[in-house]
Design a protein around this ligand. Structure first.
Ligand code: ADP
Ligand code: MG
Length: 276
């Protein structure tokens, strides 16, 4: 479990990126932080692995303040996936995936073997292992980024708009893949996006943010869709936009998300409600 307690971040130039933010991220579930550009999402994520230090307040992981932890070791124990993949261009796929294992001192051959196994986990052909990132499609690069983040088997996975730079079809594939992975791995995922549909698809818990990381609403997708807290949330989730308006529908196989035309947009994970 990750807990933010009254966390504030003011950058040296005076920008109040995060103002008095509190949140419980339950273990083994996916929490999505969703908000417009500049709302403070990346700052929140980077404070979890101490790439950004809060100005005030504390963040705890399993009850322990992260300020007490060694930043480098903390960072290696948390998987981090970036929008552009963040791959090392002059390292082969297998060595990119093995990066953290090597930093932790795993011998080269063993690290490569583990890296190949992680490629299997994220659905990448082992035949791609010896390629360089530039020899992969955007979607494949993102999968390598996910594989690298998972290689050292962290409990926590941070994902910062990881599918923002790929086309809609690949994006949809990667979203489905993320759901499948999470059903298998049960990581504590904090996922950042500006795309509300992506948030509802992937999140057990969705946190809608406005400027300064102010929490406009927090809840399961169905709670938010069925009961938007205010006009800001209603407008953000597109509740007034007719055809795109999302609502939930019970089926024999669980709850699904359908748009105004009756098209299924996603599946809701059971038990998201009250998970905090
Ligand atoms: P988001 O990820 O939601 O787009 P960010 O966390 O990147 O938001 O940024 C939140 C606010 O903090 C924005 O106003 C942004 O311009 C500002 N900001 C982000 N990083 C820095 C920085 N290193 N120095 C100064 N201001 C920053
Ligand atoms: Mg950002």
């Amino acid at each position: 479990m990750i807990e933010f307690r009254s966390v504030t971040k003011t950058y040296p130039d005076g920008t109040d990126a995060v103002a008095d933010f509190s949140l419980v991220v339950p273990a083994h579930t996916t929490t999505v932080l969703v908000g417009s550009s500049g709302s403070g999402k990346t700052t929140l994520l980077r404070m979890i692995n101490r790439m950004v230090e809060p100005t005030s307040g504390t963040i705890e992981i399993d009850g322990e303040p992260i300020g007490d932890r060694d930043p480098v070791r903390l960072r290696r124990s948390i998987g981090y996936v970036l929008q552009n993949g963040g791959l090392l261009p002059h390292h082969r796929v297998v060595d990119n995936v093995a990066t953290v294992l090597r930093l932790e001192g795993t011998p080269k051959n063993e690290a490569r073997q583990q890296a190949l196994e992680v490629l299997d986990v994220v659905g990448l052909d082992r035949g791609l292992a010896d390629r360089y990132p530039s020899q992969l499609s955007g979607g494949q690069q993102q999968r390598v980024g996910v594989a690298r983040a998972l290689a050292a088997d962290p409990n926590i996975l941070l994902m910062d708009e990881p599918f923002g730079a790929v086309d809609p079809i690949v994006r949809s594939e990667l979203q489905t893949e993320t759901l499948r992975l999470q059903q298998q791995l049960h990581k504590t995922i904090v996922f950042v996006t500006h795309d509300i549909d992506e948030a509802f698809l992937l999140g057990d818990q969705v946190v809608i943010l406005s400027t300064g990381a102010q929490v406009a609403q927090i809840g399961s997708p169905s709670e938010i869709i069925e009961n938007p807290a205010d006009d800001f949330v209603a407008s953000f989730i597109g509740a007034e936009r007719g055809a795109r308006a999302l609502h939930t529908k019970e089926t024999g196989h669980g709850t699904v998300l359908v748009d105004g035309t009756g098209r299924t947009q996603g599946r809701l994970v059971e038990g998201g409600q009250g998970a905090a």
